[in-house]
Design a binder for this molecule. Structure first.
Ligand code: AP5
Length: 217
């Protein structure tokens, strides 16, 4: 199964992709997580991406496409769920070309729809584990011990691009460059709009309903 999750920053893409990967055995590929790993390892790509990420702008398409093609090519036959990619129409076109070369296409696009006031609240309360990437929220998805990762006991951190000024830029970037990707997919693929304002379990149930129907076809 090849799935794309679209949605504004903080819509819950990462949270739901982890659940989808666990349930269907597909590989979770998050462009943001891969970029953060590249930065942590101080690679050339990580250094080039840094200033774009810190300001809430998109990293140039050529860098992202090369990075994601490499990651997608490593996915097993079970497929993948893409989180944060594609984020421009050009990226979506390149992804389609890559899949078409192997006679494949995206099977489903889940579009997480969310109110912006909810986004701001989610981002300001997000905490993540710098070691394993687990994501929490100080009110909605609390770790067992405040500030500590349930999985490996690492101290949780706040992402630098979650400060209110950068969040506003990320939302602006989303509207200008990523919203058109939803329209692109609506022309060529099956897109399921999902109300992502609900709690994480409920959003997960809505997503699973759509994906279960695909698996049983
Ligand atoms: P990226 O890491 O992809 O950030 P994003 O798209 O802005 O998305 P987020 O990770 O902030 O949010 P999310 O939707 O995954 O929400 P989450 O599940 O964490 O990208 C970062 C940067 O990298 C970009 O700005 C750009 O510079 C660059 N980049 C990445 N991909 C790129 C690309 N393709 N092209 C160019 N540049 C690229 O949830 C958020 C919080 O809410 C958490 O605390 C969570 O616990 C909580 N939460 C989640 N769901 C719920 C719920 N239903 N109810 C209550 N709380 C919830």
């Amino acid at each position: 199964m090849r799935i794309v999750l679209l949605g504004a920053p903080g819509a819950g893409k990462g949270t739901q992709c982890k659940r989808i990967a666990a349930k269907y055995g597909v590989l979770h590929l998050s462009s943001g997580d891969i970029l953060r790993q590249e930065r942590a390892a101080s690679t050339e790509l990580g250094k080039k991406a840094q200033s774009y990420m810190d300001s809430g702008a998109l990293v140039p398409d050529n860098l992202i496409v090369e990075m994601m093609v490499g990651a997608i090519n490593k996915a097993s036959k079970k497929g993948f769920v893409l989180d944060g990619f594609p984020r421009t129409v050009n990226q979506a076109v390149e992804l389609d070309k890559l899949l078409a070369r192997n006679g494949k296409k995206i099977d489903a696009v889940l579009n997480l729809e969310i109110n912006e006031q909810v986004v701001v609240k989610r981002m300001s309360g997000r905490r993540s584990c710098p070691k394993c990437g687990a994501v929490y929220h100080i009110e909605n998805l609390k770790p067992k011990t405040p500030g500590i990762c349930d999985h490996d006991g690492t101290k949780l951190v706040q992402r630098p691009d979650d400060n209110p000024e950068v969040v506003l830029n990320r939302l602006k970037t989303y509207h200008q460059q990523t919203k058109p990707v939803v329209d692109y997919y609506k022309k060529n693929n099956t897109v399921y709009d999902i109300n992502a304002n609900e709690d994480a379990d409920e959003v997960g149930t809505l997503a699973f309903e759509k994906l279960d129907a695909l698996v049983s076809v």
